[in-house]
Design a protein around this ligand. Structure first.
Ligand code: NAD
Length: 357
């Protein structure tokens, strides 16, 4: 029996009580998109638009629901006055992009009247978001009125997170003499490597791009390891800055690092991997907390943009992580579980305050 639309949406295992889900179709431009608004308790739902050649409608729906739910937690724990949302455009970013498609998409975003604020994500560039912005004002992370590329700020947040983790694990925030393995030397990873090098940390690096590895070896005296072995490198901190699902049943037993703290999204393959890390005595900085620098940067955009104030908020990621680590110790819970609970508590407080008038 085929699933009815009700089964596909309201009883979807990733539904998570979304407030609103909009299916968008524009025949002329070929647009098929889904906008998911998970929760607007804290403010308008902010989350990027992903373009991906999903194999089915069900796969696209599941992805957008999962990502949108994640944005609620990320924005809540970053202390932002923003809710969580996300959108997906079904299509191959190499073949199906056109100005008409992004204009049509922008018109749908506009109809939501600011309840959903969009930005770039996998398959959608800043230039594409600028195109969307010709049809709606509800775009973020574009050069005008903003801080530009958020990656250096994401890297700064990860750096502050590594410092907080080192302080918790070793009782000292000094990175001199600490070795960090950075997996992925892209926009975030390379900027992070630079900050770590300046702080006196030793570096082990891995990337599938040989030129990036050679650059880090030359600039920072880093040691190169193969991308497949990065997680098992002999180091104090493993910083995944490339792929998701790098922490799993196979890799966790091979970790030598006692701290995992990096920018990559969805680092845990399964939620049970958070407990696996706890059992192995590995201090894990939950990905959606430590990599919030970009979204914090975007939230500061506007005519009154203040770089110092934004950097201060990004640096506070270290304080949030210190609280998570302490609570994890006190309650014997995985840091990933503690982070989820703290986000839920912030949402509950805001709902109670709203109900109390
Ligand atoms: P990027 O595409 O610039 O860099 C990714 C790097 O990883 C590239 O250099 C790529 O060659 C390398 N890579 C790919 N496969 C690899 C492998 N198997 N082993 C080692 N290296 C590999 O991306 P980015 O903007 O630097 O983001 C890195 C991660 O951080 C992503 O997971 C992204 O979702 C996440 N993130 C980024 C930001 C941001 O502000 N850019 C914000 C939040 C989260």
């Amino acid at each position: 029996m085929k699933a009815s639309p009700v089964h596909l949406v309201f009883r979807n295992e990733a539904f998570a009580d979304h407030e609103q889900i909009v299916f968008c179709r524009d025949v002329e431009s070929g647009l098929s998109a889904i906008i998911a608004i998970h929760d607007t308790t804290l403010g308008p739902a902010l989350g990027g638009t992903r373009m991906w050649p999903y194999e089915s409608e069900a796969a696209a729906l599941r992805d957008v629901l999962r990502l949108s739910h994640g944005m609620t937690y990320k924005n809540a724990l970053a202390g932002l006055p923003l809710g969580g949302g996300k959108a997906v455009i079904v299509g191959d970013p190499k073949r199906h992009k056109s100005p008409a498609l992004f204009h049509a998409y922008g018109r749908y975003v506009d109809r939501l009247g600011g309840a959903y604020l969009t930005a770039e994500d996998v398959g959608v560039s800043v230039d594409d978001v600028v195109e969307v912005g010709t049809a709606t004002a509800h775009v973020r992370g574009i050069p005008e009125g903003g801080a530009g590329d958020p990656s250096p700020h994401t890297a700064y947040g990860v750096y502050k997170g590594i410092v907080a983790a080192a302080r918790h694990k070793h009782g000292s925030a000094d990175l001199d003499g600490i070795t960090v393995c950075v997996q992925g030397l892209g926009q975030v990873g390379m900027a992070l490597a630079e900050l770590l090098h300046e702080a006196g940390a030793g570096l082990v690096v891995a990337d599938v791009r040989d030129a990036a590895v050679a650059d880090a070896v030359e600039r920072f005296g880093a040691e190169a390891v193969s991308p497949q072995e990065a997680h098992a490198a002999d180091c104090d901190v493993f910083a995944p800055c490339a792929l998701g699902a790098v922490l799993n049943e196979r890799t966790i037993p091979e970790l030598k690092a006692r701290i995992v703290a990096g920018s990559a999204n969805n680092q845990l393959e399964r939620s049970a991997d958070g407990e696996r890390l706890l059992e192995r005595g590995v201090l894990y900085a939950p990905d959606f907390v430590i990599n919030a620098g970009g979204v914090i940067c975007i939230s500061h955009e506007g005519p009154d943009f203040d770089l110092e104030a934004m950097r201060k908020d990004v640096a506070a990621i270290g304080d949030t992580l210190a609280t998570i680590f302490a609570r994890s110790d006190a309650q014997g819970l995985a840091t990933s579980v503690v982070a989820d609970r703290m986000a839920e508590e912030r949402l509950a407080e805001a709902r109670n305050a709203a109900a109390a008038g």
